[in-house]
Write a protein that binds this ligand. Structure first.
Ligand code: G3H
Ligand code: 13P
Ligand code: ZN
Length: 327
């Protein structure tokens, strides 16, 4: 199967009460770990590439690796793995155009830090070019706290999506999906300790997501796919392994998985996960180095890291996104 758009995936996800996982990719082991999980669980997949990932690995390497994953799925598992290749947080028309011209099937134009009118103008320009080339577009309204690629947004400046703006934005731009801000944020520190309570084990419990905003948005946009960024759960078992093996990640905290599951049952069709991949990989490598101080062959420590990614992604596909068996 060739690389596909997310159109069909989102329609089925919306109607079926589940979400597609959008995982950020930066190198071969990450792509292999994610796709091996998707093959095993028969799950549709979105692999997304940030501006930073493209600068790190180069567009052609990432495209060829993704094509290789599709070929491998077909040859080794006899499985047509549907993959949508998406630009994460595109910030200019030129970047989106370059990804569209280079074979991506979906792009995000993130005009969320601009005024409403400037966001509409930029998003519309990208949509016109993308649709002419059979590519779908994700827009964003509302601002997430944390780090959005190279844009740093502090918690005080984060603003939730205003439901009263969504119909006008979608109608005037023609976007195919919309990312909204309901309390998620990027990175491994999604909330300060002061914003959380602590459970009996001393683990931070964050404030709940704003499901009231999600509900209001989905009422105004019936059948329209909604996207959640900043949706890593920051599994505490990874944080513990990192901290026990020379790392320092105090009070790292993410979005509880039950809340993501709840969102996936409704209008949320795409859930973005990057930090959890980084944590799985880093925890595995730190542990490996601590246990094998004499090893220096990258294959020795990257192999368990790839397995850690596969196991984590398989769990998300089944227990959080609910998209296993949907490919
Ligand atoms: O939303 C941001 C993603 O986690 C991508 O991060 O810009 O460091 O590749 P990056
Ligand atoms: P996390 O940092 O929560 O993994 O979010 C990733 C993301 O939203 C990529 O666009
Ligand atoms: Zn994001």
């Amino acid at each position: 199967m060739a690389i596909v758009t997310s159109k069909e995936m989102f329609k089925k996800a919306y109607d079926g009460g589940y979400a597609i996982g959008a995982f950020n990719v930066n190198n071969m082991e990450i792509i292999q770990g994610i796709t091996e999980a998707a093959i095993e669980k028969h799950a549709p997949l979105i692999l997304q590439v940030s501006k930073g990932a493209r600068a790190y690995a180069k567009h052609a390497y990432l495209m060829k690796l993704i094509e290789a994953a599709i070929e491998d799925a077909e040859q080794t598992a006899g499985f047509d793995l549907p993959i949508c290749v998406h630009l994460d947080h595109g910030d200019t028309f030129e970047l989106c155009k370059s990804c569209i011209d280079g074979g991506f099937t979906s792009v995000m134009i993130d005009g969320s830090s601009k005024s409403f009118e400037d966001n509409i103008a930029l998003t519309k320009q990208v949509v016109e070019y993308a649709h002419d080339h059979g590519v779908v577009v994700e827009g964003e309204l509302g601002t997430l706290a944390g780090i959005e690629d190279e844009v740093n947004v502090d918690a005080d400046n984060a603003s939730y999506t205003r439901p009263e703006e969504v119909e006008e934005f979608v109608t005037r731009t023609g976007v195919d999906s919309l990312a909204i801000a309901i309390g998620t944020s990027h990175g491994a520190y999604k909330f300060t300790a002061a914003q959380c309570t602590r459970n009996e084990k001393g683990i931070l419990v964050p404030p709940p997501l704003r499901f009231d905003i999600l509900e209001e948005v989905s009422k105004r946009l019936p059948g329209f796919p909604i996207v959640l960024h900043g949706s890593s759960s920051v599994p505490q078992e990874f944080v513990k392994i990192i901290n026990e093996n020379g790392g320092k990640m105090p009070d790292a905290v993410g979005i509880p998985e039950e809340q993501l599951r709840q969102a996936a049952k409704g209008a949320v069709c795409k859930i973005n996960i990057d930090s959890d991949l980084r944590l799985a990989m880093t925890a595995s490598i730190r542990k490996y180095f601590a246990e094998h101080p004499d090893h220096f062959d990258p294959r020795q420590y990257l192999k368990p890291a790839r397995i850690a990614i596969k196991d984590m992604v398989a769990h998300k596909l089944v227990d959080v996104l609910g998209c296993d068996g949907k490919a």
